[in-house]
Design a protein around this ligand. Structure first.
Ligand SMILES: NC(=O)c1ccc[n+]([C@@H]2O[C@H](COP(=O)([O-])OP(=O)(O)OC[C@H]3O[C@@H](n4cnc5c(N)ncnc54)[C@H](O)[C@@H]3O)[C@@H](O)[C@H]2O)c1
Length: 395
Protein backbone atom coordinates (compact mmCIF):
# COMPACT_ATOMS: atom_id res chain seq x y z
CA UNK A 1 0.00 0.00 0.00
CA UNK A 2 1.39 3.44 -0.88
CA UNK A 3 1.99 5.95 1.92
CA UNK A 4 -0.62 8.58 2.67
CA UNK A 5 0.09 12.04 1.15
CA UNK A 6 2.62 14.18 3.03
CA UNK A 7 1.11 17.42 4.33
CA UNK A 8 2.62 20.65 5.63
CA UNK A 9 0.96 23.59 7.38
CA UNK A 10 2.00 27.25 7.35
CA UNK A 11 0.52 29.12 10.34
CA UNK A 12 -0.25 27.01 13.40
CA UNK A 13 -1.88 29.62 15.65
CA UNK A 14 -5.01 31.72 15.03
CA UNK A 15 -7.13 30.00 12.40
CA UNK A 16 -4.19 27.70 11.71
CA UNK A 17 -5.09 25.88 14.94
CA UNK A 18 -8.35 24.75 13.28
CA UNK A 19 -6.34 23.31 10.38
CA UNK A 20 -3.90 21.62 12.74
CA UNK A 21 -6.82 19.84 14.45
CA UNK A 22 -8.30 18.78 11.10
CA UNK A 23 -4.92 17.55 9.85
CA UNK A 24 -4.51 15.52 13.05
CA UNK A 25 -7.96 14.01 12.51
CA UNK A 26 -7.01 13.07 8.94
CA UNK A 27 -3.68 11.69 10.14
CA UNK A 28 -5.40 9.47 12.73
CA UNK A 29 -7.72 8.29 9.94
CA UNK A 30 -4.65 7.33 7.89
CA UNK A 31 -5.47 9.90 5.19
CA UNK A 32 -2.39 12.12 5.57
CA UNK A 33 1.07 12.21 7.09
CA UNK A 34 1.48 15.61 8.70
CA UNK A 35 5.23 15.91 8.35
CA UNK A 36 6.00 19.64 8.60
CA UNK A 37 4.76 22.98 9.77
CA UNK A 38 6.07 26.53 9.70
CA UNK A 39 5.33 29.58 11.80
CA UNK A 40 7.29 32.61 12.88
CA UNK A 41 6.09 31.80 16.41
CA UNK A 42 7.58 28.63 17.88
CA UNK A 43 5.17 25.86 18.90
CA UNK A 44 4.01 25.93 22.51
CA UNK A 45 1.10 24.56 24.51
CA UNK A 46 -1.53 22.70 22.47
CA UNK A 47 0.36 23.30 19.25
CA UNK A 48 3.57 21.74 20.61
CA UNK A 49 1.61 18.76 21.95
CA UNK A 50 -0.15 18.18 18.61
CA UNK A 51 3.11 18.41 16.67
CA UNK A 52 4.67 15.93 19.10
CA UNK A 53 1.83 13.44 18.58
CA UNK A 54 2.11 13.83 14.82
CA UNK A 55 5.91 13.61 14.73
CA UNK A 56 5.73 16.83 12.72
CA UNK A 57 8.90 18.86 12.11
CA UNK A 58 8.78 22.60 12.87
CA UNK A 59 10.36 25.33 10.72
CA UNK A 60 10.65 28.98 11.71
CA UNK A 61 11.02 29.85 8.01
CA UNK A 62 8.32 28.54 5.66
CA UNK A 63 10.73 28.61 2.71
CA UNK A 64 12.95 26.09 4.53
CA UNK A 65 9.93 23.85 4.97
CA UNK A 66 9.40 23.73 1.21
CA UNK A 67 13.03 22.94 0.41
CA UNK A 68 13.69 19.37 -0.79
CA UNK A 69 14.75 17.02 2.02
CA UNK A 70 17.10 16.68 3.82
CA UNK A 71 17.47 20.48 4.26
CA UNK A 72 13.72 20.94 4.42
CA UNK A 73 10.70 18.70 4.78
CA UNK A 74 9.82 18.45 1.10
CA UNK A 75 8.59 16.93 -1.07
CA UNK A 76 5.14 17.72 0.30
CA UNK A 77 1.99 16.61 -1.52
CA UNK A 78 -0.23 19.18 0.16
CA UNK A 79 0.47 22.52 1.87
CA UNK A 80 -2.20 24.20 3.98
CA UNK A 81 -1.69 27.97 4.22
CA UNK A 82 -3.30 29.79 7.15
CA UNK A 83 -1.06 32.84 7.29
CA UNK A 84 -2.13 36.50 7.06
CA UNK A 85 -3.79 37.21 3.67
CA UNK A 86 -1.06 39.45 2.23
CA UNK A 87 1.43 36.55 2.51
CA UNK A 88 -0.78 34.03 0.70
CA UNK A 89 0.38 34.55 -2.88
CA UNK A 90 4.15 34.17 -2.32
CA UNK A 91 3.59 31.14 -0.11
CA UNK A 92 1.10 29.45 -2.44
CA UNK A 93 3.21 30.02 -5.56
CA UNK A 94 6.29 28.65 -3.80
CA UNK A 95 4.38 25.61 -2.51
CA UNK A 96 3.07 24.87 -6.01
CA UNK A 97 6.55 25.25 -7.48
CA UNK A 98 7.80 22.79 -4.86
CA UNK A 99 5.30 20.27 -6.24
CA UNK A 100 2.49 20.56 -3.69
CA UNK A 101 -1.24 21.08 -4.02
CA UNK A 102 -2.53 23.90 -1.84
CA UNK A 103 -5.36 24.52 0.60
CA UNK A 104 -5.31 28.31 0.88
CA UNK A 105 -7.24 30.24 3.50
CA UNK A 106 -9.73 32.89 2.51
CA UNK A 107 -9.48 35.53 1.20
CA UNK A 108 -7.21 33.60 -1.18
CA UNK A 109 -5.57 36.78 -2.49
CA UNK A 110 -5.93 40.48 -1.84
CA UNK A 111 -5.62 41.83 -5.39
CA UNK A 112 -6.57 40.83 -8.92
CA UNK A 113 -2.86 40.84 -9.83
CA UNK A 114 -2.18 38.23 -7.12
CA UNK A 115 -5.13 36.16 -8.37
CA UNK A 116 -3.70 36.09 -11.89
CA UNK A 117 -0.26 35.23 -10.55
CA UNK A 118 -1.71 32.26 -8.64
CA UNK A 119 -3.70 31.01 -11.62
CA UNK A 120 -0.49 31.25 -13.66
CA UNK A 121 1.39 29.17 -11.09
CA UNK A 122 -1.36 26.54 -11.16
CA UNK A 123 -1.23 26.34 -14.96
CA UNK A 124 2.57 26.10 -14.90
CA UNK A 125 2.82 23.45 -12.18
CA UNK A 126 -0.43 21.52 -12.56
CA UNK A 127 -1.20 22.14 -8.88
CA UNK A 128 -4.74 22.31 -7.56
CA UNK A 129 -5.77 25.04 -5.15
CA UNK A 130 -8.70 24.70 -2.80
CA UNK A 131 -9.76 27.91 -1.02
CA UNK A 132 -10.77 27.83 2.65
CA UNK A 133 -14.32 29.06 2.22
CA UNK A 134 -15.49 26.15 4.36
CA UNK A 135 -19.23 26.76 3.94
CA UNK A 136 -18.89 25.92 0.23
CA UNK A 137 -18.47 22.33 1.50
CA UNK A 138 -21.94 22.40 3.04
CA UNK A 139 -24.87 20.76 1.30
CA UNK A 140 -26.90 23.69 2.62
CA UNK A 141 -25.31 25.96 0.01
CA UNK A 142 -26.46 23.66 -2.76
CA UNK A 143 -29.98 23.77 -1.31
CA UNK A 144 -29.99 27.55 -1.15
CA UNK A 145 -28.75 27.69 -4.73
CA UNK A 146 -31.60 25.42 -5.77
CA UNK A 147 -34.17 27.62 -3.97
CA UNK A 148 -32.90 30.62 -5.95
CA UNK A 149 -32.49 28.88 -9.30
CA UNK A 150 -35.95 27.30 -9.24
CA UNK A 151 -37.67 30.33 -7.69
CA UNK A 152 -39.10 27.88 -5.13
CA UNK A 153 -40.39 30.74 -2.98
CA UNK A 154 -42.02 32.60 -5.86
CA UNK A 155 -40.63 35.74 -7.50
CA UNK A 156 -37.48 36.86 -5.75
CA UNK A 157 -37.95 39.91 -3.52
CA UNK A 158 -34.49 40.08 -1.95
CA UNK A 159 -31.51 37.99 -1.01
CA UNK A 160 -28.24 38.58 0.75
CA UNK A 161 -26.39 38.17 4.03
CA UNK A 162 -26.81 39.95 7.33
CA UNK A 163 -23.83 39.81 9.69
CA UNK A 164 -23.71 41.38 13.14
CA UNK A 165 -20.63 40.66 15.18
CA UNK A 166 -18.73 42.48 17.89
CA UNK A 167 -14.94 42.80 17.85
CA UNK A 168 -12.94 44.46 20.60
CA UNK A 169 -9.57 46.17 20.82
CA UNK A 170 -7.83 42.80 21.39
CA UNK A 171 -9.06 41.69 17.94
CA UNK A 172 -7.71 44.74 16.15
CA UNK A 173 -4.37 44.59 17.98
CA UNK A 174 -3.83 40.79 17.75
CA UNK A 175 -1.52 41.08 14.75
CA UNK A 176 0.25 43.87 12.88
CA UNK A 177 -1.87 43.36 9.76
CA UNK A 178 -5.26 43.58 11.52
CA UNK A 179 -7.26 46.61 10.45
CA UNK A 180 -4.65 47.63 7.88
CA UNK A 181 -5.14 48.54 4.23
CA UNK A 182 -1.41 48.52 3.53
CA UNK A 183 1.53 47.24 5.59
CA UNK A 184 5.18 47.85 4.71
CA UNK A 185 4.16 48.72 1.15
CA UNK A 186 2.13 45.50 0.72
CA UNK A 187 -1.62 45.54 0.11
CA UNK A 188 -3.24 43.89 3.14
CA UNK A 189 -6.86 44.87 2.58
CA UNK A 190 -8.26 43.63 5.85
CA UNK A 191 -11.83 44.76 6.62
CA UNK A 192 -15.21 43.39 7.56
CA UNK A 193 -16.35 42.80 3.98
CA UNK A 194 -13.16 41.29 2.60
CA UNK A 195 -11.97 39.30 5.59
CA UNK A 196 -14.21 38.18 8.50
CA UNK A 197 -17.35 38.34 6.36
CA UNK A 198 -15.68 37.21 3.11
CA UNK A 199 -17.78 34.05 3.43
CA UNK A 200 -20.92 36.17 3.17
CA UNK A 201 -20.13 37.46 -0.32
CA UNK A 202 -18.68 34.16 -1.51
CA UNK A 203 -21.77 32.25 -0.42
CA UNK A 204 -24.03 34.72 -2.24
CA UNK A 205 -21.93 34.47 -5.41
CA UNK A 206 -22.09 30.66 -5.34
CA UNK A 207 -25.81 30.68 -4.48
CA UNK A 208 -26.48 33.03 -7.39
CA UNK A 209 -24.57 30.74 -9.76
CA UNK A 210 -21.94 33.36 -10.59
CA UNK A 211 -18.83 31.79 -9.08
CA UNK A 212 -17.98 29.54 -12.02
CA UNK A 213 -15.15 30.59 -14.36
CA UNK A 214 -16.34 33.02 -17.02
CA UNK A 215 -18.95 34.64 -14.76
CA UNK A 216 -18.96 38.44 -14.54
CA UNK A 217 -20.72 40.82 -12.18
CA UNK A 218 -22.83 43.55 -13.78
CA UNK A 219 -22.13 46.04 -10.99
CA UNK A 220 -20.84 46.40 -7.44
CA UNK A 221 -21.85 49.33 -5.20
CA UNK A 222 -20.04 49.68 -1.92
CA UNK A 223 -20.26 51.68 1.30
CA UNK A 224 -17.53 51.37 3.94
CA UNK A 225 -17.60 52.84 7.44
CA UNK A 226 -15.42 52.65 10.50
CA UNK A 227 -16.01 53.34 14.16
CA UNK A 228 -12.61 51.92 15.17
CA UNK A 229 -9.26 53.70 14.64
CA UNK A 230 -8.37 51.43 11.68
CA UNK A 231 -7.61 51.90 7.97
CA UNK A 232 -10.45 49.73 6.65
CA UNK A 233 -14.17 49.21 7.27
CA UNK A 234 -15.57 47.58 10.39
CA UNK A 235 -19.06 48.14 8.98
CA UNK A 236 -20.09 48.02 5.37
CA UNK A 237 -22.55 47.02 2.73
CA UNK A 238 -22.23 45.97 -0.86
CA UNK A 239 -24.92 45.58 -3.51
CA UNK A 240 -23.98 43.26 -6.31
CA UNK A 241 -25.96 43.41 -9.56
CA UNK A 242 -25.99 40.30 -11.69
CA UNK A 243 -26.36 39.94 -15.45
CA UNK A 244 -29.68 38.16 -14.79
CA UNK A 245 -31.14 41.42 -13.46
CA UNK A 246 -31.08 40.11 -9.89
CA UNK A 247 -29.08 41.76 -7.12
CA UNK A 248 -27.99 40.86 -3.62
CA UNK A 249 -26.84 42.88 -0.63
CA UNK A 250 -24.27 41.90 1.98
CA UNK A 251 -24.58 44.14 5.05
CA UNK A 252 -22.21 43.53 7.94
CA UNK A 253 -20.75 45.08 11.05
CA UNK A 254 -18.20 44.29 13.71
CA UNK A 255 -19.76 46.99 15.95
CA UNK A 256 -23.17 45.39 16.55
CA UNK A 257 -25.52 46.40 19.33
CA UNK A 258 -26.55 42.73 19.71
CA UNK A 259 -24.60 39.87 18.13
CA UNK A 260 -26.34 37.75 15.54
CA UNK A 261 -24.69 35.01 13.51
CA UNK A 262 -24.42 35.70 9.78
CA UNK A 263 -27.43 34.45 7.83
CA UNK A 264 -27.95 34.11 4.08
CA UNK A 265 -31.55 35.22 3.63
CA UNK A 266 -33.87 34.73 0.68
CA UNK A 267 -37.27 36.39 0.46
CA UNK A 268 -39.67 35.47 -2.28
CA UNK A 269 -43.26 36.47 -2.99
CA UNK A 270 -44.41 33.18 -1.46
CA UNK A 271 -42.05 32.64 1.47
CA UNK A 272 -38.57 32.96 2.84
CA UNK A 273 -35.48 30.92 3.62
CA UNK A 274 -32.51 31.45 5.91
CA UNK A 275 -29.16 29.72 6.18
CA UNK A 276 -26.86 30.61 9.09
CA UNK A 277 -23.86 29.66 7.03
CA UNK A 278 -21.57 28.64 9.89
CA UNK A 279 -23.89 25.64 10.20
CA UNK A 280 -25.65 23.29 7.80
CA UNK A 281 -29.35 23.88 8.44
CA UNK A 282 -31.64 25.82 6.14
CA UNK A 283 -34.97 27.13 7.50
CA UNK A 284 -37.75 27.50 4.98
CA UNK A 285 -41.18 29.12 5.22
CA UNK A 286 -43.49 28.65 2.30
CA UNK A 287 -47.14 29.60 2.46
CA UNK A 288 -48.46 28.25 5.78
CA UNK A 289 -45.65 25.71 6.25
CA UNK A 290 -42.27 26.10 7.85
CA UNK A 291 -39.53 23.49 8.26
CA UNK A 292 -35.78 22.98 8.48
CA UNK A 293 -33.47 20.84 6.39
CA UNK A 294 -30.02 19.77 7.62
CA UNK A 295 -27.16 18.77 5.37
CA UNK A 296 -23.72 17.20 5.58
CA UNK A 297 -20.53 19.22 5.24
CA UNK A 298 -17.45 18.06 3.36
CA UNK A 299 -13.98 18.75 4.76
CA UNK A 300 -12.02 20.94 2.34
CA UNK A 301 -8.73 19.31 3.37
CA UNK A 302 -10.17 15.80 2.89
CA UNK A 303 -11.40 16.77 -0.58
CA UNK A 304 -7.92 17.92 -1.57
CA UNK A 305 -6.44 14.66 -0.25
CA UNK A 306 -9.03 12.74 -2.31
CA UNK A 307 -7.88 14.65 -5.37
CA UNK A 308 -4.22 13.89 -4.61
CA UNK A 309 -5.06 10.20 -4.09
CA UNK A 310 -7.04 10.11 -7.34
CA UNK A 311 -10.25 9.15 -5.50
CA UNK A 312 -12.15 12.22 -6.71
CA UNK A 313 -11.52 15.33 -8.76
CA UNK A 314 -14.17 17.50 -7.12
CA UNK A 315 -13.23 20.46 -4.96
CA UNK A 316 -15.92 22.53 -3.24
CA UNK A 317 -13.99 25.75 -3.70
CA UNK A 318 -11.31 25.63 -6.38
CA UNK A 319 -9.45 28.92 -6.83
CA UNK A 320 -10.89 29.20 -10.34
CA UNK A 321 -14.29 29.79 -8.72
CA UNK A 322 -13.08 32.92 -6.94
CA UNK A 323 -12.85 35.33 -9.92
CA UNK A 324 -16.08 37.19 -9.12
CA UNK A 325 -15.15 37.24 -5.42
CA UNK A 326 -11.87 38.94 -6.35
CA UNK A 327 -13.77 41.37 -8.60
CA UNK A 328 -15.97 42.21 -5.62
CA UNK A 329 -12.95 42.70 -3.32
CA UNK A 330 -11.35 45.05 -5.85
CA UNK A 331 -14.56 47.14 -5.85
CA UNK A 332 -14.70 47.15 -2.05
CA UNK A 333 -11.19 48.48 -1.70
CA UNK A 334 -11.64 51.09 -4.42
CA UNK A 335 -14.34 52.71 -2.23
CA UNK A 336 -13.46 55.28 0.45
CA UNK A 337 -13.73 54.43 4.15
CA UNK A 338 -15.96 56.93 5.99
CA UNK A 339 -15.30 57.56 9.66
CA UNK A 340 -18.55 57.57 11.64
CA UNK A 341 -18.64 60.71 13.79
CA UNK A 342 -18.16 60.00 17.49
CA UNK A 343 -21.65 61.15 18.39
CA UNK A 344 -23.06 57.99 16.78
CA UNK A 345 -20.59 55.64 18.43
CA UNK A 346 -21.12 54.22 21.91
CA UNK A 347 -18.71 52.06 23.82
CA UNK A 348 -18.89 48.81 25.77
CA UNK A 349 -16.31 46.81 27.73
CA UNK A 350 -13.01 48.03 29.10
CA UNK A 351 -9.31 47.69 28.38
CA UNK A 352 -8.58 45.25 25.56
CA UNK A 353 -12.24 44.16 25.69
CA UNK A 354 -13.46 47.68 24.86
CA UNK A 355 -15.43 47.89 21.63
CA UNK A 356 -17.42 50.52 19.75
CA UNK A 357 -21.17 50.13 19.36
CA UNK A 358 -22.67 51.82 16.33
CA UNK A 359 -26.07 53.43 16.94
CA UNK A 360 -28.85 51.82 14.91
CA UNK A 361 -26.56 49.39 13.10
CA UNK A 362 -28.52 46.20 13.84
CA UNK A 363 -31.72 47.51 12.27
CA UNK A 364 -29.75 48.99 9.36
CA UNK A 365 -28.06 45.67 8.58
CA UNK A 366 -31.39 43.84 8.54
CA UNK A 367 -33.18 46.52 6.49
CA UNK A 368 -30.40 46.75 3.92
CA UNK A 369 -30.69 43.07 3.03
CA UNK A 370 -34.50 42.97 3.27
CA UNK A 371 -34.92 46.04 1.04
CA UNK A 372 -31.84 45.51 -1.18
CA UNK A 373 -30.61 48.98 -0.25
CA UNK A 374 -27.34 50.49 0.89
CA UNK A 375 -27.11 52.13 4.32
CA UNK A 376 -27.17 55.65 2.84
CA UNK A 377 -30.37 54.80 0.93
CA UNK A 378 -32.08 53.79 4.19
CA UNK A 379 -31.68 57.23 5.70
CA UNK A 380 -29.32 55.95 8.41
CA UNK A 381 -28.04 59.28 9.83
CA UNK A 382 -24.34 58.39 9.92
CA UNK A 383 -24.41 56.74 6.50
CA UNK A 384 -23.23 58.76 3.53
CA UNK A 385 -22.32 57.79 0.01
CA UNK A 386 -19.05 59.77 0.18
CA UNK A 387 -16.92 61.05 3.08
CA UNK A 388 -17.67 64.45 4.58
CA UNK A 389 -21.46 64.41 4.19
CA UNK A 390 -22.52 62.90 7.48
CA UNK A 391 -25.99 63.88 8.67
CA UNK A 392 -26.66 65.84 11.82
CA UNK A 393 -27.56 64.02 15.05
CA UNK A 394 -31.20 64.12 16.10
CA UNK A 395 -31.86 66.27 19.15
N1 LIG B 1 -12.06 30.18 7.16
C1 LIG B 1 -12.34 30.88 8.24
O1 LIG B 1 -13.44 30.83 8.81
C2 LIG B 1 -11.28 31.76 8.83
C3 LIG B 1 -11.41 32.27 10.14
C4 LIG B 1 -10.40 33.08 10.64
C5 LIG B 1 -9.29 33.39 9.83
N2 LIG B 1 -9.21 32.89 8.57
C6 LIG B 1 -8.09 33.21 7.69
O2 LIG B 1 -6.92 32.55 8.16
C7 LIG B 1 -5.76 33.34 7.84
C8 LIG B 1 -5.02 33.65 9.13
O3 LIG B 1 -5.83 34.48 9.92
P1 LIG B 1 -5.58 34.63 11.48
O4 LIG B 1 -6.62 35.54 11.98
O5 LIG B 1 -5.42 33.29 12.08
O6 LIG B 1 -4.18 35.38 11.47
P2 LIG B 1 -3.10 35.52 12.63
O7 LIG B 1 -2.24 36.65 12.27
O8 LIG B 1 -3.79 35.51 13.94
O9 LIG B 1 -2.34 34.11 12.54
C9 LIG B 1 -1.73 33.67 11.41
C10 LIG B 1 -0.65 32.64 11.77
O10 LIG B 1 0.36 32.78 10.79
C11 LIG B 1 1.60 32.97 11.43
N3 LIG B 1 2.48 33.76 10.58
C12 LIG B 1 2.47 35.10 10.40
N4 LIG B 1 3.44 35.44 9.54
C13 LIG B 1 4.05 34.30 9.17
C14 LIG B 1 5.14 34.00 8.31
N5 LIG B 1 5.79 34.95 7.63
N6 LIG B 1 5.52 32.72 8.19
C15 LIG B 1 4.88 31.72 8.86
N7 LIG B 1 3.84 31.95 9.69
C16 LIG B 1 3.44 33.23 9.84
C17 LIG B 1 1.27 33.63 12.76
O11 LIG B 1 2.33 33.50 13.71
C18 LIG B 1 0.02 32.88 13.14
O12 LIG B 1 0.33 31.64 13.75
C19 LIG B 1 -6.30 34.58 7.13
O13 LIG B 1 -6.27 34.38 5.74
C20 LIG B 1 -7.72 34.68 7.63
O14 LIG B 1 -8.57 35.39 6.78
C21 LIG B 1 -10.18 32.08 8.07
Amino acid sequence: MSAAPAAGLIGIYGHGAVHLRELERLSVAGRARVVACADVRAPAGEQAEALGRLGCRYFADWREMLRPAPAGAGPLDMVVIASPPHLHTDMAVAAMEAGAHVLLEKPPVVTLGDFEQLLGAMARTGAACQVGFQSTGSGALGRVRQVLAKAELGDLVSFGVTGRWQRDRAYWTRAGWAGRAVLGGAQVRDGALSNPFAHASMNCLVAAGVAEPGSQLAGVEVERYRANPIEVEDTGCVRVSLASGRAFVVAVTLCAEVVERPVLRIRGAGGQAGWPYEGDTVSIESGQRSWTETFARRSLAAELLDLIDGRSSTLSCPLEHCATFVQLIEAVHAAPVCEVPGRWVGSAGAGVAERPVLAGIDAAVDAAVRQCRLFSELGVPWAVAAPGEVGKPEK
